[in-house]
Write a protein that binds this ligand. Structure first.
Ligand code: A3P
Ligand code: MG
Length: 274
């Protein structure tokens, strides 16, 4: 028997608590030294989550954006996949609320729990009580695609034009997937580089809420693999997935560098910290 709190609650509580630490850090430090604030944010949240998981779930492995990648996780039955601060850039910009804390649990081959705290929006979406999505979109409403504000895939604008959709630029993969979960957007698409921790927790919540989640070629998103690079993702209302995957596939030849066009992966693999 684990602790009294179940895994869903642990994910939710830890993501929320880390989010509160980050809010306090932001208030205390201010925005005059954005790089220092980003580094402090990454480190403070990672250290809190890593030690809390060590205390609450001592037998489990952890894969964190800010920690050493201990490959013994590949033999572990349970692995927590965490992004202590997703949308680090936005965290260091005054007034922005599009940054998040991600805590997911992978067990025996799949994601089984997850939480995305949006501290500056005062919410935390989790598999404890996944958001309820209306069965149908309001008739006549334009589709809304959310994509990276700084590194959108090359094909997003073409896709939007083709579908008469609006593009909503936003920071943080977690914040964008939550935007789909909250009905602010219908589609989140990314290509060109990302890692498992960027999508694991929000994808766990999105799946629990019944959204479509896949790579942009329609294949499964797989977690806890040797190389944590997971460069593209599509999250959308399930009835849109066929049309969107076809549009990405059919447009591939039109984009100069194909559907995976975009920046090369920009993050180094996990650093050698615990
Ligand atoms: N081309 C790329 N290569 C590597 N990581 C990328 C990337 N594009 C986006 N990401 C990561 O995905 C997350 C969301 O990005 P965006 O805000 O641009 O949508 C960010 O995580 P972090 O903030 O945790 O570093 C960012 O670093
Ligand atoms: Mg991230």
């Amino acid at each position: 028997m684990n602790n009294i709190r179940n895994d869903h609650e642990v994910a939710r509580d830890l993501a929320s608590e880390a989010g509160q630490l980050l809010l306090r850090l932001r208030a205390r430090h201010g925005f005059d030294e954005p790089e220092v604030l980003r580094t402090l944010g990454d480190r403070t949240s990672h250290e809190f989550l890593f030690s809390a998981l060590g205390r609450l779930r001592p037998s489990d492995a952890v894969l964190s954006e800010e920690g050493a990648d201990d490959q013994s996780r590949l033999r572990a039955r349970r692995v927590w996949i965490i992004d202590p601060l997703d949308g680090t850039r936005e965290f260091s910009e005054a007034g922005r609320t599009d940054w998040a804390v991600h805590v997911a649990l992978w067990e025996n081959g799949d994601l089984v729990a997850g939480a995305v705290a949006l501290p500056a929006q005062g919410s935390c979406l989790s598999t404890v009580d996944p958001p309820w999505l209306p069965e149908e979109r309001p008739e006549g409403q334009r589709l809304r695609i959310t994509a990276s504000r700084t590194r959108p895939p090359a094909f997003v604008q073409r896709m939007a034009t083709q579908m008469g959709a609006e593009v909503i630029p936003m920071g943080s993969a977690g914040a964008k997937i939550c935007a789909v979960l909250l009905g602010i957007a219908d589609i989140y698409v990314h290509a060109g580089g990302q890692y498992e921790w960027d999508s694991a927790a929000p994808v766990a919540v999105a799946r629990a809420a019944g959204l479509h989640t896949s790579r942009i070629d329609g294949s499964e998103l797989r977690y806890n693999v040797a190389d944590p690079l997971l460069p593209d993702v599509l999250v959308c209302r399930s009835e849109l997935s066929g049309m969107l995957l076809a549009s990405i596939r059919d447009g591939a030849d039109l984009d100069s560098a194909g559907p995976h066009a975009g920046a090369e992966p920009q993050h180094p693999p996990p650093r050698n910290r615990t």
